[in-house]
Design a protein around this ligand. Structure first.
Ligand code: SF4
Length: 191
């Protein structure tokens, strides 16, 4: 059965038609290196794990589990780590093979919101933040706030995607010329 991953959500937010071509018509992507959606991909070229000691001192981690498969009725995904914090909350942690330039991309935030939604359901612990580790910036640890609203947003988008796939109708697009120019489906997409 079709289920939604963080990548599918990121693509849908880029353009709903992208999801239609890939998951309704099942036309495979011909991915190009410069395609913007790639920004959201979790590239495990340098698999590292911050030590439990470091995380305990830095953000009050009591325990953690690694490479966790998460799912609910619509969403699924694998998060690098689920952290259990001293204050009774839980948090996702994801490693990025990237340089931290002072801005957390929306694609990364979307991934964390998806994981947070599923972690809350799975662990019955509240999630109020997530963490990113930028491996190309000396493993810089960045905290990202997560609200109920953020989590509900990604869940609502998942429901929209499921409806799109079930209804099999070509959706409207909000994409602009710049996005279309970089899109892998630009040659088959009716404008
Ligand atoms: S070409 Fe433009 S409208 Fe069509 S799927 Fe790509 S981004 Fe969306």
């Amino acid at each position: 059965m079709f289920s939604v991953t963080p990548t599918v959500i990121i693509e849908y937010l880029y353009c709903p038609r992208f999801t239609y071509f890939e998951h309704v018509l099942k036309i495979p992507q011909f991915e190009e290196k410069n395609y913007k959606v790639m920004k959201g991909r979790n590239i495990h070229e340098e698999k590292i794990t911050l030590s439990a000691d470091y995380l305990r001192k830095k953000i009050g981690v009591e325990s953690k589990i690694v490479d966790v498969y998460l799912s609910d009725d619509i969403l699924r995904g694998i998060v690098d780590e689920v952290l259990f914090l001293k204050d009774g909350t839980a948090a996702p942690l994801d490693y990025k093979f990237a340089v931290y330039d002072g801005v957390v991309y929306d694609t990364y935030k979307t991934q964390l919101y998806c994981y947070s939604w599923m972690i809350q359901k799975k662990t019955n612990r509240k999630v109020e933040k997530g963490f990113l580790v930028y491996t190309r910036s000396k493993n810089k640890l960045v905290e990202v706030p997560v609200t109920e609203e953020n989590m509900l947003f990604v869940y609502k988008v998942s429901e929209e995607i499921l409806a799109l796939v079930q209804n099999s109708l070509l959706p409207d697009t909000k994409a602009n010329f710049t996005k279309c120019k970089q899109c892998t489906y630009r040659n088959i997409c009716p404008k």
